[in-house]
Design a protein. Structure first.
Length: 213
């Protein structure tokens, strides 16, 4: 096999929460009498760190207190509604195929650690992962440092891991930790944006087979 380890992003890659996240943002905007955004607009402006995304949707004077309050507001609604949504199409099938091939897998996410562990367990897929690496806060700033720690813990060398995500930040993380990357076009950022990263962009998770096997 080309890779010893597969690193998965969670939100938008394995977990299909794009519509949920866009809807929550529209609720936040509505409560402040601000204009709503379409799903296409959402995929155009969503970004990491998430603080930049909040500014892009209209919170131009975003001080630390407002950012904290918005983050809490977002997470409270997300946690209340997340189980109304499920895994991405073909997620379970590709996880099983990679597992059957004897390739180890982990999740590297901007989701908070304890909620990441809970939701992965909820879907009954914990058995496919040797590690779940989330953040210790709700601010979704960056996964780079966590990625470096994860690669070190896994004992992987440059080129031995493949990072699968749905944002340009996933490609940035992969570059920083010495992993290759593939980006999924059905997640939180538009295909037009992802193509600019000059890495493979796929339209469904089963397309990963040609990169892994």
């Amino acid at each position: 096999m080309k890779y010893k380890h597969i690193l998965w992003d969670w939100n938008g890659t394995l977990f299909d929460d794009v519509v949920l996240c866009a809807d929550i943002m529209n609720n936040i905007l509505r409560r402040r009498n601000m204009g709503k955004i379409s799903l296409e607009d959402y995929k155009t402006v969503f970004d990491f760190p998430v603080r930049n995304y909040y500014e892009a949707v209209g919170f131009s004077n975003l001080d630390d207190k407002l950012f904290h309050d918005l983050s809490v507001e977002f997470i409270e609604e997300y946690e209340a509604r997340k189980l109304d949504f499920g895994l991405n199409k073909d997620a379970l099938e590709i996880l099983q195929k990679i597992n059957s091939a004897g390739i180890e897998q982990s999740v590297l996410s901007a989701y908070s650690q304890h909620t990441l562990e809970e939701i992965v367990e909820h879907f009954g897929i914990s058995k496919y992962f040797v590690r779940l690496a989330g953040l210790d806060n709700i601010y979704a700033a960056s996964k780079i440092e966590n990625g470096k720690l994860l690669i070190k813990k896994l004992g992987l060398n440059s080129g031995e891991a493949l990072m699968i995500g749905d944002t340009l930040h996933d490609k940035e993380v992969a570059d920083e930790i010495g992993a290759d990357s593939v980006l999924l076009s059905t997640g939180h950022q538009s295909k037009e944006r992802l193509i600019k990263a000059a890495v493979p962009v796929i339209d469904n998770l089963l397309e990963l087979e040609k990169f892994i096997f």
